[in-house]
Design a protein around this ligand. Structure first.
Ligand code: BGC
Length: 451
C-alpha cells in the first residue's frame, strides 16, 4: 500500500538567486569571488543562466512534477544603488513568478539568501544602525510589486549560517574569524530585521505566510562519556541551532547571551511558519587548541554515509534522521513547518536516492505522529554555484555542465518526481532503496576515500 501524504502537501525544489541567475556583479559575493576567496578558484559566472532562461529550468521542474519552487530575489539587482530602483529587474521577477504559476508550480520567495548589494555591505551590512529599516524598505517594495503573484515569503535564509561562516569560520564574506560576539550581534540584528519585514509584509498583504529558513544541524558528542565533549556540544548547539529559534520562541537568548543581546521581546512570535534547512550530523570533540572556535572540533567520522567531499573538508554526514530531530525541536513553536532544503552533494547520484527515500519516510512517520509539516523542498533543481566550494559540489536533481549549459536528469530527479506526482511513497521505492535488513546505511553509501 502506498503511503499517502496530505492533500495539498508541497513537493518542491529550492534555489537561490546568486547560485542560479548568473551575471550578478554588484553584491558582496561577487566581490568575494573576484578577490579569489572561493576554495576551488571558481566564479559564479553565468551560473544556471536564469536571468536569461529561468524558464528552461521551470520546464524541467514541471517535467519532474513538483508543485512548488523556492527562489530568491537579488537585492543588488532591484536596488543597485541606495534609493535607486531597477523596475526592469522587478518585471523580470514578475515574469518568473508568472511562469511558475503557468506551470502549476507555487512559488515561495526568499528576500535575502546570503547576498546583498555592495553599497549595503560597504556600510557595515546588518551590523550597522538603520540596516533593519533599509531591509524593511526593500521588503515593502518587493511585496508591493510582486504580492499578487506570491503569497509565501521567506525573509532570511539561515541567519545562523551567515553569522557562523561570516564571523566565526571566515568562509563567507566578510571573512572574519573567531568573532563570536559579533556573530551573536548579527543574529540579533537579523532577528530584528526579520520582525520588521514580517510586520511590513502583513501590512501590505493580509493573507501572506511569512517565515524564515532555519539551518538545523544535529551535533553529537564525539565521545558521549566525555563531560568535556558533551559540554562543548551543548555550547555549539546553543549558539548555532538555538539562538535565532529562541529569539522567535521566547524573545530572548539563553543566559549569559542575554547580557549582550538587550531587549528583543518584539521578535517573539514573529512568524507564520518555520522553514527548516536540514542536511547533516556532525560530531563534536573538545579541543584545547582552538579557542577561536570555543574549543569545539566539529568533524565527520569517516565511517558514516556521505556525499562528495568538499575542497578541504567533508560536507557532512548524510543523516536522514536529522529531519526528525529538527522537526521535533521546532514543533515547540506551534507553527506549521516546511522543510525548505534537504539534499546531498553527489555528482554520481550514488547516495541521493537513498537519502530522498529515507527522508520522505521520516516525514511520513512524523505526519502520522501528528506533526504539522506542510511541504518538502529538495535542494536543488540543477547543479549550481555552491558558495565557497564553487562548482565542486553538485546538489542537483538535474546535472548541469556550467560551460555548455547542458542539463541531464539524474535518477534521483525521476525518483523524486514519482514521489511528488503520486503524493506518496510506494513499497517498491522502499524495497529498492532501503535493502531488507538495513536500517541505517548500506555499505555502498560510505565513501572509501575522499575524492
Ligand atoms: C544553503 C544553500 C546551499 C546548500 C548546500 C544551504 O545551507 O541555503 O544556499 O547551496 O545549503 O550547501
Amino acid at each position: 500500500m502506498c503511503s499517502r501524504f496530505p492533500a495539498g502537501f508541497l513537493w518542491g525544489v529550492s534555489t537561490a538567486a546568486h547560485q542560479v541567475e548568473g551575471g550578478n556583479e554588484n553584491n558582496q559575493w561577487a566581490a568575494w569571488e573576484q578577490a579569489g576567496r572561493i576554495k576551488s578558484g571558481d566564479r559564479s559566472g553565468k551560473a544556471c543562466d536564469w536571468w536569461n532562461h529561468a524558464e528552461r529550468d521551470f520546464d524541467l521542474a514541471q517535467e519532474i512534477g513538483v508543485n512548488a519552487l523556492r527562489l530568491s530575489v537579488e537585492w543588488s539587482r532591484i536596488e543597485p544603488r541606495e534609493g535607486e530602483y531597477d523596475w526592469q529587474a522587478l518585471r523580470r521577477y514578475r515574469q518568473m513568478l508568472e511562469g511558475l504559476h503557468q506551470r502549476g508550480i507555487q512559488p515561495m520567495l526568499c528576500l535575502h539568501h546570503f547576498t546583498h548589494p555592495l553599497w549595503f555591505e560597504e556600510r557595515g551590512a546588518f551590523l550597522r544602525r538603520g540596516a533593519g529599516e533599509r531591509f524593511e524598505h526593500f521588503a515593502r517594495l518587493v511585496v508591493s510589486e510582486l504580492g499578487d503573484v506570491c503569497q509565501h515569503w521567506v525573509t532570511f535564509n539561515e541567519p545562523n549560517v551567515y553569522a557562523t561562516l561570516g564571523y566565526v569560520l571566515g568562509e563567507f564574506p566578510p571573512g572574519k574569524r573567531g568573532r563570536i560576539l559579533e556573530a551573536v550581534a548579527l543574529v540579533n540584528a537579523l532577528a530584528r530585521a526579520h520582525t520588521r519585514a514580517y510586520h511590513a509584509i502583513h501590512a501590505i498583504q493580509k493573507q501572506a505566510e511569512v517565515g524564515w529558513a532555519h539551518n538545523f544541524v544535529v551535533f553529537q558528542p564525539a565521545n558521549p562519556r566525555s563531560l568535556l565533549d558533551r559540554r562543548v556540544t551543548r555550547l555549539v548547539n546553543e549558539l548555532f541551532n538555538e539562538s535565532f529559534l529562541r529569539l522567535i520562541e521566547q524573545g530572548k537568548l539563553a543566559f549569559p547571551l542575554t547580557l549582550v543581546s538587550g531587549d528583543l521581546t518584539e521578535v517573539k512570535g514573529a512568524c507564520d511558519f518555520v522553514g527548516l534547512n536540514v542536511y547533516s550530523r556532525f560530531h563534536v570533540a573538545f579541543d584545547a587548541g582552538i579557542a577561536a572556535q570555543m574549543f569545539a572540533r566539529v568533524f565527520v567520522p569517516p565511517h558514516v554515509p556521505q556525499g562528495d567531499h568538499g575542497v578541504e573538508q567533508p560536507y557532512g554526514e548524510a543523516y536522514p534522521a536529522a529531519v526528525r530531530v529538527a522537526v521535533e525541536r521546532v514543533a515547540r513553536l506551534g507553527k506549521p513547518i516546511y522543510v525548505l532544503e534537504n539534499g546531498v552533494p553527489d555528482a554520481e547520484d550514488r547516495i541521493r536516492p537513498w537519502l530522498i527515500v529515507n527522508v520522505v519516510q521520516e516525514l511520513d512517520r512524523l505526519l502520522r505522529s501528528g506533526q504539522d509539516i506542510r511541504g518538502y523542498f529538495h535542494w536543488t533543481l540543477t547543479d549550481n554555484f555552491e558558495w565557497s566550494e564553487g562548482w565542486k559540489l553538485r546538489f542537483g536533481l538535474v546535472a548541469l555542465d556550467p560551460e555548455t549549459q547542458q542539463r541531464t536528469m539524474r535518477n534521483s530527479g525521476r525518483l523524486f518526481g514519482a514521489i511528488a506526482r503520486g503524493n506518496c511513497i510506494s513499497p517498491e521505492m522502499i524495497r529498492q532503496y532501503l535493502p531488507a535488513g538495513v536500517d541505517s546505511a548500506p555499505k555502498s553509501l560510505i565513501p572509501s576515500e575522499p575524492s
